[in-house]
Design a protein around this ligand. Sequence first.
Ligand SMILES: [Fe+2]
Length: 473
Amino acid sequence: MSQNPSIDELSEEDFLYGRKGPWPQPQPAHPLGEAPGVVHVPINEWADWWLHVGSRYLLTLSRVPWEYLKSFMEPGLESVSDVEFNNYLSRSMITKFITPDFDSKDIEIFKSFELKGKFLIDLEAIKCVHTFKGLYVSGTKVLLNPQSSHYIAEAIWVDETKSLIRPPDAGWELAKYFVLQGAAIASTLVVHPLIHFPLDSVNAVTKTALPKNHPLFKLFEPHLRFTLPLENAVLNFKSSLLQSKWWMPYAPYPGFANGLRDLLVEGFKGIKGNLSYPAYKFPLSPQKVYSSYGDFQDAYWPVFLNFATEMLKDVKRDDHLVKNWAQHLSHMLPGFPNAHEISQSNTLEQVAASYLWQVSVGHTVDHYDYGHMDVRKVPLRLRQAPPSKNDEVKNRKKLVTFWDTGKYRMAQILFFRNSTVTKLIDCQYRFEESSKRAAIQNFKEGLKRVDREVKAQNICFIPLEEIAASIQF
Ligand SMILES: [Fe+2]
């Protein structure tokens, strides 16, 4: 293939699926509210996924009796001290919600506080969950006072009871559980999905619109595997945990499927008037996260940008295949550069680095962090109504049932915790040129260096060995 072949020089054989590959379309469940989805996944991708990922789900189901027994032996929730609570809000995936921006509603709620220099965690998004009988959720907002290395929660707004609760109010303990529940739901169904579903379009359009030997295709290739069948299963299978049926021993959420799906819409479309939930835009670099969790993610970014720059060095700014690829994606994803924009400055390198970074570091670290949280401290279900100022926890052992915890434990093992099949550090790329082989070597050495550095700084949120090459869980 010549350096920059014209469309006429290419044949069907030059493309992975002969130009008839997967393509994004409006998501059937929410055509206007969710990111485009890939409904027709090639059969070979399904086979690969079933062999390496789907089969694990089926085998893991054998653990249901054991996980339920464990839940029966350890009833209810455990207490969460203020130190632990502040630690969750300062050093975990939950910190993605931290913002210095207060909108007019927030200012009104916290008007009795000095807000200068303060931060906010806003979990209003989960109000759209329609709970099952006997289960509760509430939107909450937490006012954070930053210290040198962490935040202290000063007050919690509980939206259901319109209560502003602070320590040592009797309602503080229950309010903390509602914050942690809201954070768990919004993390997994509002924020994290933004590293999943919008990127399906990039995955599919790359496979279908770029020839197999294009440098951009070869760069992305190891990072495309398993994703399309996985996403299709999560969004469309009748057995998906998002269907939230009572008989599913792994469906831990507290409400009906339609409300859960609305959370995905809130993530993609944003919540009008709420500064904490802007509409999705394809990021050209990692989102700012005000914590060591963010520092950890940022530490890897230059290594990816450098790698993409080296690997795409020979791609001409006016490469019409890249422009065509970007033009398609710009119609599907807000913020994705169009044909003109992709040819400016180093936009292509930023887009490529962002994609690679998101599907590996950005995606896996969320799973590793949330997937290892204590299910008896960060609940998804709660069986006491949200508190007013003076409402104590009635009985911590009855805040959840054993089947609530059993479902949650199963979901942790099946879906939330990372189950890495192909590792980032083991990626093989089909580049033959010695300069490219050297750049790949450099990339891997850079990854190992960052791994050592973040460990030395005590901000390692996932060891490099665990980071997956693609979205595969
Ligand atoms: Fe994920």
